[in-house]
Ligand binder design. Structure first.
Ligand SMILES: Nc1ncnc2c1ncn2[C@@H]1O[C@H](COP(=O)(O)OP(=O)(O)OP(=O)(O)O)[C@@H](O)[C@H]1O
Length: 299
């Protein structure tokens, strides 16, 4: 990923520059109930454009449920989810779930990798551009007979896919089945697939899960580079504190479905409620060492 390193260090716009800027995403009073279970309880937060906003919290805190509400997998029980995209303002909770990716340009990856394992690496990125290609075909047989507009759209789709395969260092594996990639490669391919939809906000659900330290470092570089180069917002759910503390501009902490803290990494590190949430009733010794170190509890 060394090609990425050279351009990855550009900082996000500073706090002063960001002050007064309309948030890219505004979540207001989000509540999600499953029968008697309140998975998300009146959560509000904002994500600024060109920033990496992490959503962290212990297992079952409600992080993935927030993503599922934002991306249309769940219809929130209560709440307003406003996306102020360059191409318009969208109330996500009012859009049919299956239209959110295309209309509002919200892209996501999944905690459990969801690629098409039997399709080639390149084909996985072409499929991600299906909507664009269908529009170019005029929803007709144009795709079958390969008329001009469709041909051009198809060429552009392949170019974009190859561009992203180079960025995530998978271009040499373009023709191999996606399922044959090592785990880290599949994670990078998922990010490339999301980016092929040209999102305004990229939601990543535990992208570092299962990665070794070197791969996590490369992931950090990739995400910083995406933020700097494409000027999109990134929402990140992650348990790996080296990733969260290393690249986040802003962190929202959930516990039992409620927001317990909201601030920059320095503020979150010192927040007693966050430390308590991770410690629970247990002793400090029970905290995973990397979490303790990042929260400043242990050297
Ligand atoms: N479809 C569903 N039906 C019933 N309960 C659900 C559903 N989805 C999530 N939950 C519950 O909502 C709560 C929050 O789950 P969620 O997956 O959002 O947590 P999380 O913070 O992402 O956890 P983890 O870090 O373990 O992935 C959990 O108690 C979970 O069991």
């Amino acid at each position: 990923m060394s090609a990425i390193v050279a351009t990855s260090t550009a900082a996000a716009p500073g706090a002063a520059a960001q002050a007064g800027i309309e948030p890219l995403l505004r979540v207001e009073h989000l509540t999600m109930r499953f029968g008697g279970l309140v998975a998300i309880d009146d959560v509000s937060f904002e994500a600024k454009p060109e920033q990496i906003t992490a959503i962290i919290g212990p297992n079952g805190a409600g992080k993935t449920t927030v993503f599922n509400c934002l991306t249309g997998f769940y219809k929130p029980t209560v709440g307003r989810l406003t996306l102020n995209a360059p191409h318009g303002r969208f109330l996500l909770e009012q859009i049919d779930g299956f239209r959110i990716a295309q209309r509002a340009k919200v892209a996501r990856t999944f905690q459990n990798i969801r690629l098409f394992p039997g399709m080639s690496v390149l084909e996985n990125l072409i499929v991600a551009q299906h909507n664009k290609l269908m529009r170019a075909s005029g929803f007709s047989v144009a795709a079958l007979i390969g008329v001009g507009g469709y041909r051009r759209a198809e060429r552009r789709a392949v170019e974009l896919a190859r561009h992203w395969l180079e960025k995530v260092q998978l271009i040499d594996r373009a023709d191999k089945p996606a399922g044959s990639l090592p785990y880290g490669g599949q994670r990078r391919l998922e990010i490339a697939r999301a980016m092929c939809t040209e999102p305004v906000i990229l939601c990543l659900d535990e992208p570092a899960a299962g990665l070794n330290a070197h791969e996590s470092h490369e992931l950090n570089e990739l995400l910083l580079w995406i933020r700097a180069e494409y000027k999109i917002g990134v929402l990140l759910i992650e348990h790996d504190m080296s990733v969260v503390m290393g690249i986040s501009d802003h962190i929202v902490v959930l516990d039992y479905g409620r927001k317990i803290a909201d601030g920059n990494p320095e503020q979150i590190r010192k927040d007693p409620a966050v430390i308590r949430a991770y410690l629970g009733e247990a002793e400090e010794e029970n905290l995973p060492p990397e979490v303790a170190a990042d929260l400043g509890l242990k050297k």
